[in-house]
Ligand binder design. Structure first.
Ligand code: CUA
Length: 157
């Protein structure tokens, strides 16, 4: 089959693009620890406050790392201040008591949507101790811009 040079150039260019796109996905997963949307775990948004999984909110630390349990609501996160250890895996478990919210830990790769009816979960490691701002990045109502929390990453003794 005779393929003209001009057409060959375009075929190779598109093949190269596909390889480049797949490479960015692989680098994102392996290099930046990007994760696909969390496991599918449902919850009744009307009863999140009394649900056993969210009855005890806050940070639990054990030998594997830390687990943070949070509820997002109009227009706050509960709890609003979180302390986690640096350099250890931290698993966040978040759900919404009302509408869709966002949960973004600014300047880190911690970022998820919080959809009512579901439990959003992700695990990340904070290497740099310090104070981080958590914001809601999904428009959720009139005071959306006030919805924030604080993450304090502490050095291990
Ligand atoms: Cu919650 Cu915007």
């Amino acid at each position: 089959m005779n393929v003209p040079l001009y057409e060959k150039i375009w075929m190779w260019a598109s093949a190269l693009l596909i390889v480049a796109f797949l490479t960015t996905v692989a680098v994102g997963v392996a290099g930046s620890a990007l994760q696909p949307p969390s496991h599918v775990e449902t919850i009744d948004p009307r009863t999140v406050w009394s649900d056993a999984r969210f009855a005890k909110r806050g940070v639990t630390v054990d030998e594997r790392g830390a687990t943070v349990v949070l509820i997002a609501m109009m227009f706050a996160f509960q709890p609003a201040e979180i302390r986690v250890p640096a350099g250890r895996p931290v698993t966040f478990r978040i759900t919404s008591a009302d509408v869709t919210h966002g949960f973004q830990i600014v300047a880190t790769n911690g970022n998820t949507m919080v959809v009512p009816g579901y439990v959003s979960q992700f695990t990340t490691v904070f290497r740099t101790p310090g104070e981080y701002l958590i914001v809601c990045n999904e428009y959720c109502g009139l005071s959306h811009h006030l919805m924030s929390a604080k993450l304090i990453v502490e050095t291990q003794p």
